[in-house]
Structure formats: C-alpha cells, structure tokens
Design a protein around this ligand. Structure first.
Ligand code: HEC
Length: 101
C-alpha cells in the first residue's frame, strides 16, 4: 500500500510535459544546449551531459543548474524558457540518454 502511494505521489509531482513541449525541449537540448555541451552532449565549452557524467549528481543540483545557471561560468539560466518540471524532465532524459528526437 505504501509503495502504491509513493508511486502515485511521484507521478502527480513530475507530470511529463505534453508531447509538443517534449519535442520543443529536445530541440532546445540539441541546438541550444548542444552549442556548449557538444552536439552529442559529450562536452565542449560546457561539460559532458552523458549519463556517466551525471551519475552521482543529485537531481536537485542539476535542475537548479539548468534553471539558475552557474554564476561565474558560461552556464546561463534557462528559467525564462522552461519551468522546473520541464528541467526535471530534461535531467531524466539525459540520465536515460533519450535525448534524440
Ligand atoms: C553558453 C554555454 C552553455 C549553454 C548554452 C548551456 N550550458 Fe550547461 N553548462 C555550461 C558550462 C560552462 C557548465 C559548467 C559550469 C561549471 O563550471 O560549473 C554547464 C553546466 C551544466 C550542467 C551541470 C553539469 C554538471 O556535471 O554539474 C547541466 C546539467 C547543464 N549545464 C545543462 C544545460 C542544459 C540542459 C542546457 C540547455 C537548456 C545548457 N546546459 C546550456 C555552459 C552552457
């Protein structure tokens, strides 16, 4: 019973973006983020965003980095372009390496 509640709670918290939004976000990832993190996200001006590189880094830390950027580095804040839920979804697809359209 507890398990079921936890699963339901998780689903309602992290509702997936709509299919249209998902493809817009994937586009952004490949073009905008790819400009710094590399077309294949293996790194460039910015570090690699591949599952191995993100392993061990907490979701909250990565989500805040995307939303707020990192002061004193080239990583800009993306808050004007996406909400927290969408940033969380990006972290999820990065971890699963499901970033291609
Ligand atoms: C103008 C260049 C630039 C763009 C565009 C950019 N980033 Fe970054 N990003 C960086 C840099 C540089 C860092 C490393 C900051 C540091 O030194 O801590 C970084 C760090 C990150 C991190 C933290 C990685 C880690 O291992 O801690 C994530 C996650 C991230 N970026 C995601 C994104 C996403 C998603 C986008 C597109 C929505 C994006 N970035 C666009 C330059 C960029």
């Amino acid at each position: 019973m507890l398990v079921i509640t936890a699963v339901l709670a998780k689903t309602s918290l992290a509702g997936e973006p709509s299919p249209e939004r998902q493809s817009a976000l994937r586009n952004m990832l490949n073009h905008d983020c790819g400009a710094c993190h590399g077309l294949t996200l293996k790194g460039g001006l910015g570090p690699a965003l591949l599952p191995e590189a993100l392993a061990g880094k907490p979701d909250d830390f990565l989500i805040s980095t995307i939303l707020n950027g990192r002061e004193g580095t080239a990583m800009p804040p993306w808050q004007p372009f996406m909400n927290r839920n969408e940033a969380a979804w990006l972290v999820e697809i990065l971890r699963k390496s499901e970033t291609k359209p």
